[in-house]
Ligand binder design. Structure first.
Ligand code: 0X9
Ligand code: ZN
Length: 307
């Protein structure tokens, strides 16, 4: 198991995935799905129960969209560890479903935020944009998806923290997630993207205050996660639509996955911690990733029963 006593680099996380693939070849497979702007390898881990049945339903999960939200990759990695190394206790989640996880989407930003205290709060990717001789770095990957791109809550200012990018899917990292969403849109049931902070389970829409027709189903599955976490640790999550709870923010991956065919799509905003909210101390990683797993597990379980 990768420890929970500190945060790990993207390279260490990839090495852990390699280690799992070597140790559990019948249940785990890896795929290089692309490269970040700076050339870091992005790889997914597909977790099965090893029964060889093809075409099962899929739960697609990612972490590390926003660089500074370190508890997100940590939680994705912990979930991977549970599904693979604690397989016996989680076999119910893998009977009719495969899980596909990309733990660090914005690998360049994540590494940059680990470089020094002055870059700790970096959010965007690292691809530069130069206009009239002035350069600003990065695009908000969660404003870069081509569904109501540059709508409400997204900025066209290339130096803004919510910059939607020069075009939709201008970032290699969001292209990777787009392609994963389309690869699994036929059999994908739940898309779950891990962010921080605020302790929310958010469902579509995030570009409009309108609710989808299936809002009750989304709410029910989200509540299963929130209730499980409350019972486990006492942490209170709020469940609701993205726009209802946070206001419009268009061009995000959750809306994109939902419109592409995933009937369940959530942004999970993990709890705040530390001085800025994005920086829970290393000493609280263990507690947070464990309670987050309880929530992910409960939502996954609910999905396997409902769909
Ligand atoms: O604004 C975001 O991208 C997410 N919050 S964060 O603080 N992690 O940046 C929320 C996204 C919610 N989903 C949509 N607005 N579609
Ligand atoms: Zn985020």
């Amino acid at each position: 198991r990768l420890g929970t006593e500190r945060y790990y680099t993207q390279a260490e996380i990839n090495a852990y995935l390699d280690d799992l693939a070597a140790r559990y070849p019948s249940r785990v497979s890896l795929k290089v799905v692309g490269k970040s702007y700076e050339g870091r390898i992005l790889k997914t881990i597909t977790i099965t129960n090893g029964d060889g049945r093809l075409g099962k339903n899929v739960i697609l999960m990612d972490g590390g969209f926003h660089a500074r939200e370190w508890i997100s990759p940590a939680s994705a990695v912990y979930a991977i560890g549970e599904l693979v190394e604690n397989f016996e206790e989680n076999a119910d989640l893998l009977l009719d479903y495969d899980w596909v996880v990309l733990p660090v989407v914005n690998a360049d930003g994540y590494e940059y935020s680990q470089e020094s205290s002055s870059t700790r709060l970096w959010r965007k990717t690292r691809q530069p944009v130069t206009i009239n001789g002035k350069t600003c770095y990065g695009t908000d990957p969660n404003r870069n998806f081509d569904f109501h791109w540059l709508g409400k809550g997204a900025s066209s200012d290339y130096c803004s923290i919510t910059y939607a990018g020069p075009t939709a899917f201008s970032e290699p990292e969001t292209v990777v997630v787009r392609d994963l969403i389309h690869t699994y849109s036929e059999r994908g049931i739940m898309y779950l993207t891990l962010h921080s902070y605020g302790s929310y389970v958010l469902y579509p829409w995030g570009y409009t205050s309108e609710l989808p027709e299936t809002a009750d189903d989304l709410h029910e599955v989200g509540l299963a996660g929130a209730d499980a976490i409350k019972a486990y640790s006492g942490t209170k999550y709020t469940v609701g639509s993205s726009t209802g709870l946070l206001g419009e923010a268009a061009g995000a991956s959750d809306d994109y996955a939902f419109q592409a065919g995933f009937p369940i799509s959530f942004t999970m905003e993990l709890p705040r911690g530390g001085i800025y909210g994005f920086d829970p101390p290393a000493s609280s990683v263990d507690r947070l990733v464990k309670e987050t797993w309880v929530g992910i597990r409960a939502m996954g379980k609910k999905v396997t029963e409902k769909y």
